[in-house]
Write a protein that binds this ligand. Structure first.
Ligand code: PEP
Ligand code: MG
Length: 896
């Protein structure tokens, strides 16, 4: 953010009003007003029934932190002026003994952080205005209930008085009146409770509960600013990768009450189903309740579809009317925002108010369906549809689901709400901390809780899935899980959870922390044990999105695969070739590893060649299988890359076994292992260096490739191999090895009496900074470059790719690094080397084909970079192919 001088920043407007008489902001001002504030202004402008109020800017929160946690000068003057307008519009006065103005104070950052920051309701009540509220509503009980809630919330949120102290006082009153439920406490009891709460407040804050509403407001605003840097908010931002925001906005809004009786209520809804994407208004409401009751999952709400049945003494058609109004609002909102909205509403004595709208978080499946249907409905264009789906969310559509055959055999223990789709199984964990710890120790766990709260996010994130026994489709667990694409079943009421005993009871059975359950987030079913899963397919709307992506992308998409099965899967997902076939994986099967070891242990070239000869048929078969699976698409085969010690056993027992199998003495084996030991094997005898020392390895592999190609061509199977030489640092390595490879190809052709042209390209990986810097030279010997950005990142940063986790958390925590450079390409440093190599390579070889095959080839941000520097293709693991297709299309559309 640009630095501003103190004087100029204090002059910039800090408070934006929204109401009947004026509306200062609009929906485009999310950065400044926060998402909630910007949308309250926007909804007001398009004529929706929004209680008036004002928003304090996010910049103000930033300023608060800059000024060592002091409210910026002039802020309260602007707040006072806005309150004056609010009073005028409402015809109510703050703190009035008759019909007082009450407000809610809520946080709202530019990006949604559900439940992470503070909310205070009923602000403006004091010993006098509570009487005014009682008179105005004719409901004394309601007024004192509102007042005790304020003192509790205010004490808890603003003054950090532990909620427990208020609970204790409440329990005493309930005991005194012999009742169990809050709602059963008589008015007299609530009046006493207010007095008790004030005592609790005074005892723990050493101050009286503030009676001046403006003072209450000032402290509440500060508390919201403070909550921006609470542990849970920081943790949420870290998990969600939210960076670069200055702070939260504060929304001060006239209160409306959903708990004024049977003609009032509150609810939350999505304009379409956020789980499946179905175009059906989808929400829940509670009669006679406040908003927090729905989100907290304390009472299980009713679906909005049932609303028309809602009747009350005063109005028999209240439900029908409100439902119709909501339906009209759905259409208006979607037409206006051209996207699914997630709304909060309150009905006060039959009148509907909108309290919030925001873009609805949705699962990957919903994102795909909604995008396709909105194109059909002509709400959005094809391009918008492609741009709108977060590529990584497609992962959820590529996850396995439970095998229907396996499900048929089992009876579910219970069925809860299908809160977030997917199939998950794991051992039961009962607290967030337990889930974090056990997941950290490599266990797969399901987090089982009555309900979740924002404090649980770390545990929810660590768990394979989430199962709750209360709460609806819009409870905290459901909303957060859907946002992450994590499988969740909510409100499975039949489950009795014994958190302390670490067990649950369901369907007459008991399951402990050592037992496994399976949950199906698409149906809500809960099963005992681990159910079998099946692989996903591209079809329906998913296929449509893929076709649209292909229409707009410029980058080719290949895959990293080294077996016919993986190759086929990738092809089915739309891969246009193999960008990296790692041949070393092919040597680990039992009957092969033995020959590989013979080869490595051989002392003479002849013995090495004899062992390689035994490996050759296996390799040829591997390649034939892959060429067949790829049916004419290019297949880039990388020659042996890892240091040889990786193929030898290091413990005495395994060495004895190898000795028995090969007839080589254990002493010799030990000796060879010691010989191959290197201090820095990743910088040692690996990659093309192996072929320089032992050209016979290259000869065997190139022979296998050539023979497989000829064999396929003879069977009319189009084979398009590309031989890739790894870890080249100087052109001389490549020219030496290219020459041997070309000679080998000619030898095979002669032996096989094949005189046609063989379409075999020879190229190299760019994994060493020197190769990138001298790409003009290297390109004279290469038909293609493939950027091996795993090694290139390792060698550019000097971070071991296998050991980065020992210090990465510190680097991310201290913001030395913004992200893990092995996951998302460091475009500034490593990317610069890529750009240089692209430019220099093409300068000396205009026909040079360019691709990337490091892990970054499947990362949307890195794919955008690859598009920008003009690579021909990206190559990624089979399951990331659809993600790469979409990300490549987005990169092209953003660039257009
Ligand atoms: C790379 O280094 O980016 C690469 C693809 O090769 P490997 O991961 O096998 O070292
Ligand atoms: Mg590499």
């Amino acid at each position: 953010m640009a630095k501003k001088k103190k004087s100029s920043s204090s002059k910039s407007k800090m408070v934006y009003y929204f109401g009947k008489t004026r509306t200062d902001g609009d929906g485009s001002m999310k950065q400044l007003l926060g998402g909630k504030g910007a949308n309250l202004a926007e909804m007001t402008s398009i004529g929706l029934p929004v209680p008036p109020g004002f928003t304090i800017t996010t910049e103000c929160c930033g300023q608060y932190y800059k000024e060592k946690q002091k409210l910026p000068t002039g802020l309260m003057d602007e707040v006072n002026a806005a309150v004056a307008i609010l009073e005028k519009e409402n015809g109510k006065k703050f703190g009035d003994t008759n019909n007082p103005l009450l407000v809610s104070v809520r946080s709202g950052a530019a990006l949604s952080m559900p439940g992470m920051m503070n909310t205070i309701l009923n602000l403006g009540l004091n010993d006098e205005s509570v009487v005014g509220l009682a008179n105005d509503t004719g409901n004394e009980r309601f007024a004192y209930d509102a007042y005790r809630r304020l003192i509790n919330m205010y004490g808890d949120v603003v003054m950090e008085v532990h909620h427990e102290y208020f609970e204790e006082a409440f329990s005493k009153i309930k005991k005194k009146y012999g009742v169990d439920l809050d709602t059963e406490v008589p008015t007299k009891g609530l009046i006493e409770l207010v007095a008790e709460y004030k005592k609790v407040y005074k005892k723990h804050t050493k101050q009286e509960f503030p009676q001046d509403p403006i003072k209450q407001l000032e402290l509440a605003i500060e508390a919201v600013f403070k909550s921006w840097n609470s542990d849970k908010a920081i943790s949420y931002r870290r998990i969600e990768g939210i960076t670069g925001l200055v702070g939260t906005g504060v929304n001060v809004q006239s209160m409306v009450f959903g708990n004024m009786g049977e003609d009032s209520g509150t609810g939350v809804a999505f304009t379409r189903n956020p789980s499946t994407g179905e175009n059906k208004f989808y929400g829940e409401f509670l009669v006679n309740a406040q908003g927090e009751d729905v989100v907290a999952g304390i009472r299980t709400p009713q679906p909005v579809a049932e609303m028309p049945k809602w009747k009350c003494d005063a109005d028999k058609t209240i439900g029908k009317k409100v439902h119709a109004e909501l339906m009209a609002i759905k259409t208006k909102l979607e037409k206006h925002y051209k996207d699914v909205q997630d709304i909060e509403f309150t009905i006060e004595r039959g009148k509907l108010y909108m309290l919030q709208t925001r873009t609805g978080k949705r699962t990957g499946a919903a994102a795909v369906r909604i995008a396709c249907e909105m194109v059909k409905e002509k709400l959005i264009t094809e391009k918008t549809a492609v741009l709108r789906i977060p590529p990584n969310d497609l992962t959820q559509l590529l996850l396995p689901s439970f095998d229907p055959a396996a499900k048929k055999k089992e009876k579910p223990l219970t069925i809860g709400l299908p809160a977030s789709p997917g199939a998950a199984f794991g051992m039961l964990a009962f607290t967030a901390d337990e889930a974090v710890e056990r997941a950290h120790n490599g266990e797969k766990v399901l987090l089982v809780r009555k309900e979740t709260s924002p404090e649980d996010v770390d545990g929810m994130h660590s768990a394979a899935g989430i199962l709750t026994s209360t709460g609806g489709m819009t409870s905290h667990a459901a909303v957060v899980a859907r946002g992450w694409g994590k499988c969740c079943v909510a409100g499975a009421g039949a489950i009795e959870i014994d958190e302390k005993g670490r067990k649950i009871k369901v369907g007459g059975k008991t399951y402990t922390h050592k037992d496994v359950l399976s949950i199906d987030g698409s149906t809500g079913e809960v099963y005992g044990g681990e159910l079998a899963t099946v692989e996903p397919k591209l079809s329906g709307d998913f296929e449509t999105v893929m076709k649209l992506s292909d229409k707009y992308r410029k980058l080719g998409i290949r895959t990293n695969a080294d077996s016919p099965a993986d190759s086929k899967r990738a092809r089915d997902f739309g891969a246009e070739g193999i960008g990296l076939c790692r041949t070393e994986h092919m040597f680990f099967e039992p009957e092969r590893i033995i020959h590989m070891r013979e080869m490595i242990l051989a002392e003479e070239k002849e013995a090495r060649e004899a062992a390689l000869k035994k490996l050759l048929p296996y390799q040829r078969k591997d390649f034939e299988g892959i060429f067949k699976a790829m049916k004419g698409l290019p297949v880039t085969i990388r020659l042996l890359d890892p240091p040889l010690h990786e193929f030898l056993p290091h413990d005495a027992k395994s060495q004895a076994e190898v000795s028995k199998a090969t007839g080589i003495t254990t002493a010799k084996i030990k000796n060879r292992v010691a010989q191959l030991h290197e201090a820095n094997p990743m910088l040692g005898h690996r990659g093309c260096r192996l072929s320089v020392t032992y050209p016979e390895i290259l000869v065997m592999q190139v022979t296998a490739i050539t023979e497989a190609t000829i064999s396929c061509l003879k069977k009319k199977i189009d084979a398009q191999p590309e031989i890739m030489i790894p870890l080249v640092g100087t052109v001389n390595e490549l020219s030496m090895l290219r020459k041997i490879a070309e000679e080998t190809i000619e030898d095979v052709k002669a032996k096989k009496k094949f005189d046609g042209k063989l379409p075999i390209l020879i190229g190299t990986m760019i994994e060493i900074p020197r190769a990138a810097l001298t790409a003009d030279e290297v390109a004279t010997e290469a038909d293609f470059f493939s950027f091996g950005t795993n090694d290139l990142t390792q060698m550019t940063f000097g971070y071991s790719r296998d050991d980065i986790n020992s210090f990465l958390p510190d680097y991310l925590g201290e913001e030395i690094l913004e992200k893990d450079p092995f996951q998302s390409l460091d475009t500034t440093g490593v990317g610069q080397l890529v750009s240089i190599a692209v430019e220099k390579g093409r300068a000396t070889n205009g026909k040079l084909k360019l691709g990337i095959c490091g892990e970054h080839g499947g990362d949307p941000a890195s794919i955008a970079f690859c598009h920008k520097v003009g690579l021909n293709y990206v190559s990624c693991s089979p399951f990331r192919v659809p993600i790469a297709r979409l990300a490549a299309a987005q990169a092209a559309l953003k660039d257009a």
